[in-house]
Design a protein around this ligand. Structure first.
Ligand SMILES: Nc1nc2c(c(=O)[nH]1)N[C@H]1C(S)=C(S)[C@@H](COP(=O)(O)OP(=O)(O)OC[C@H]3O[C@@H](n4cnc5c(=O)[nH]c(N)nc54)[C@H](O)[C@@H]3O)O[C@H]1N2
Ligand SMILES: Nc1nc2c(c(=O)[nH]1)N[C@H]1C(S)=C(S)[C@@H](COP(=O)(O)OP(=O)(O)OC[C@H]3O[C@@H](n4cnc5c(=O)[nH]c(N)nc54)[C@H](O)[C@@H]3O)O[C@H]1N2
Ligand code: SF4
Ligand SMILES: [Mo]
Length: 693
């Protein structure tokens, strides 16, 4: 049997793979991972991609439905009918007693477009609840909100990834692609070989920062001030593009007074970045014919995330970048389908096609496709952190269905989330491994994995790709679409809930038609023939849109909006009791909550346990030894992990990866303070103290 061309189960690069029983190899026709001739040497995979097959046969793979008779009883194997009947029965009982909104749904950016779409439809049509949100709220939401505000549309990268190599200067704020998307580095290498420059903003000298021409080692939570400071310098040094600002933007006049307050010495005091380095950064950007300004989670996962991204967008607009071929502002989407997952309706305020759920025309259109009355569609629901914190509270949801997330490990202030989950009448988790969250469920539904099913994903470029079933699934396992169909039937939902991905995709195309993220012209056949199709693609004869905003922005007047934003600092600053900043993020070998990668031998060998990255000078002051257990305490709680010395981190900051469960969970410490617009929690900075454990 020849291997099937498909894509990796993990991150938003969505590297192309050839998968057969027991084999995985990179495809060399996918530009994202360096295939397709744009950089030398064909396609690449990172270690997670190469080893992804091991999870298909992991010893504790979920293969039959599990259920517990009551909260203190163990999970026991049951038939599908017993599991689905129990869930449907409980949903009916809870909704009769407490109302439709007492049942909530939590999705994930790893779900295919078909699943994300169907989950949103299931919540609104079968459950008739407003309460559906997803883990993308923890991931992309600040960049999405800022891009929507400035450009009227949010597509992570506005250009194909191959444009990276052609940029004279790239500014990357809070992204560590050398560990989070290793094959992306090939594009940076190609850029450097063409004489391009890279600027990285990160409190740590990461493997990505080490590749940079210029590293701005910012204090956590101060990127907004830094971006405003760079704009201040661009103005004073005469580098701004006045003709572009007049022609393509509104609001620049109003921002000048705000930017006046960000003179270089003040910004150095706030951010810790020396003035000469700021000047150098602005010169590299201002001198470039083509430049890209990119943000990732380091700049975005803050209670000021939306405004921080806005500050970088303002800088890009002042330099005349967005909407120019080869230039622009972009954000590096994180999860496999982080982009598509935020377009098709699993977000509390959205309907398919990136439509707003409170827009009457959008409601009419989608209700027509779904065969219901627009008046029967619920309105906006609670956002992820608010939803999780409301579980089991008076007036809050009493049942939760989770598809594609492990919030016991990945949600902010995770100990509180565990308490909330325990207060539910019914927790249902669909997963293929017994994640920490599945272990706490009343009903666990075993689902198919990436290589066992077909569906589309939209990668960080906005390119819609096709994953194809390459290997058989265990006999009793069902796909998420089958599970939703089974539940919708039992709940006597109106309309159709197909379990066939191709049928669901056709419905999604119709539902998205005319929306911002218009997929109506995309077909599985075209995706295969054209190596992916970029949205918007409003007709089968339409070529798709690799570069957006070339003629106009997606705002009513076609102009981008410059929005003045002020630095506010972290929601929780350091003080005498908690004198050190904690920031959190990723390591190469593990993915997210680790539910998948902690089950892969080679990845566990590469990165066996959690750690606290600490500068040796700080460690000496605290009498902490390399390799010893450190107790890290914040206002939320304590965590224990091994000290790992590094001179690459600031003296006032420690770093923990969030991939581990139990006492080493970084999210026992993190601050659930939310961004007022995006509702993004402040994963990237809180105040802690450290002790020998
Ligand atoms: N190996 C691996 N790869 C992944 C994932 C994974 O879990 N593991 N997850 C995928 C997903 S969903 C996502 S969202 C992406 C995330 O991709 P990235 O955004 O690249 O990853 P992070 O490690 O979360 O954060 C990036 C950097 O932000 C820095 N940082 C911390 N605080 C600040 C700050 O205040 N300002 C600035 N400028 N930087 C700061 C951290 O030091 C870190 O190096 O990765 C994707 N790829
Ligand atoms: N402290 C801290 N916390 C963070 C972050 C941070 O930087 N710092 N980053 C945040 C970010 S950016 C993200 S994206 C989140 C991610 O955190 P989570 O939402 O927990 O993401 P995963 O670990 O990918 O969890 C996915 C779960 O769903 C399962 N799964 C995968 N695919 C499917 C599928 O198709 N169907 C079903 N039913 N299940 C599936 C997996 O086995 C796994 O158990 O974490 C956030 N949490
Ligand atoms: S970079 Fe991302 S998509 Fe590519 S192989 Fe690694 S995890 Fe998979
Ligand atoms: Mo993410």
């Amino acid at each position: 049997m020849s291997p099937t061309p498909t894509h990796c189960p993990y991150c938003a690069l969505q590297c192309g793979m050839l998968v057969g029983p027991g084999t995985i190899a990179p495809r060399d026709d996918i530009p994202a991972n360096g295939g397709g001739g744009d950089v030398s040497g064909g396609g690449a995979l990172c270690q997670k991609g190469w080893t992804a097959g091991e999870l298909l046969a992991t010893p504790d793979r979920l293969t039959v439905p599990l259920m517990r008779a009551h909260r203190d009883a163990p999970l026991q194997p049951v038939t599908w009918d017993a599991a689905l009947d129990r869930i449907a029965g409980e949903i009916r009982r809870i909704q009769r007693a407490y109302g439709n909104e007492a049942v909530a749904v939590f999705g994930g950016g790893g779900l295919t477009n078909e699943k994300a779409y169907q989950l949103g439809k299931f919540a609104r049509v079968a459950l008739r609840t407003p309460n559906i949100d997803y883990n993308g709220r923890f991931c992309m939401s600040s960049a999405a909100a800022a891009q929507n505000r400035a450009f009227g549309m949010d597509r992570g990268l506005p250009v194909p990834i191959t444009d990276i190599a052609a940029a004279d200067t790239i500014l990357l704020a809070g992204g560590n692609v050398a560990e989070t998307m290793p094959p992306f580095v090939r594009h940076l290498t190609a850029q450097r070989e063409r004489g391009g420059r890279l600027i990285v903003i990160d409190p740590r000298e990461t493997p990505t920062a080490r590749r940079a021409d210029l590293h701005l080692q910012v204090t956590p939570g101060t990127d907004l001030a830094l971006a405003n400071g760079l704009l201040h310098l661009a103005i004073t040094e005469g580098l701004i593009d006045k003709a572009y600002l007049d022609e393509r933007t509104t609001g620049f006049g109003a921002i000048r007074t705000v930017i006046n307050g960000y003179w270089p010495e003040r910004v150095e005091r706030i951010t810790g970045v020396p003035v000469p380095k700021m000047r150098e950064a602005v010169r590299l950007l201002g001198d470039a014919a083509n430049a890209l300004i990119l943000t990732a989670r380091g700049a975005e996962q803050h209670a000021t995330g939306t405004d921080t991204v806005t500050a970088f967008i303002n800088l890009a607009l002042a330099l005349g970048l967005p909407g120019r071929p080869g230039s622009g502002f972009g954000c590096l989407t994180g999860q496999g389908n982080g982009q598509g997952g935020r377009e098709h309706g699993q977000k509390a305020d959205q309907l398919p096609g990136y439509r707003k759920i409170d827009d009457p025309a959008a409601r009419e259109h989608v209700a027509r496709v779904w065969g219901i009355d627009a008046g029967d569609l619920p309105g906006p629901g609670l956002s992820a952190t608010e939803l999780l914190n409301a579980l089991g509270m008076p007036g809050g949801p009493r049942a939760l269905l989770i598809f594609g997330s492990n919030p016991v490990v990945s949600a902010p202030d995770a100990a509180t989330i565990e308490e909330r989950l325990a207060a539910l009448d019914l927790l249902v988790v669909a997963d293929f491994v017994p994640s920490e969250t599945a272990a706490r469920a009343d009903v666990v539904l075993p689902t198919a994995q990436w290589a066992e099913e077909t569906g589309t994903i939209t990668n960080l470029e906005g390119r819609v790709l096709l994953r194809r079933a390459a290997v058989p699934r265990p006999p009793q396992v069902r796909g998420d679409l089958e599970i939703l169909a089974g539940l919708a039937g039992r709940l006597e939902a109106p309309g159709r809930f197909s379990a066939e991905p191709a049928e669901v995709f056709d419905e999604l195309r119709a539902a998205s038609a005319g929306g911002l993220a218009d997929y109506s012209g995309i077909t599985y056949e075209r995706i295969v023939a054209e190596t992916g199709v970029f949205w918007p693609c409003p007709g089968e004869g339409h070529p798709g849109t690799p570069r957006v905003f070339l003629d106009r922005f997606a705002t009513p007047d076609g102009r981008a909006r410059v929005v003045p934003v002020e630095h506010r600092g972290p929601a929780e600053d350091i003080d005498a009791d908690y004198p050190i900043y904690l920031t959190t993020g990723r390591v190469l070998a593990h993915y997210q909550s680790g539910a998948q990668t902690r089950r892969v031998r080679a990845l566990l060998d590469a990165s066996p346990e959690a750690f606290v990255e600490i500068h040796p000078d700080l460690a000496e002051r605290l009498e902490i030894e390399e390799g010893s257990d450190v107790r890290v305490t914040s206002r939320r709680g304590g965590a224990v992990a091994k000290a790992r010395f590094s001179t690459a981190i600031r003296h006032d900051t420690v770093f923990m990866p969030f991939h581990w469960a139990g006492a080493a969970r970084a999210n026992l410490l993190t601050n659930p303070a939310l961004d007022p617009t995006s509702r993004m929690p402040e994963f990237k900075v809180c105040a802690v103290r450290l002790e020998k454990s």
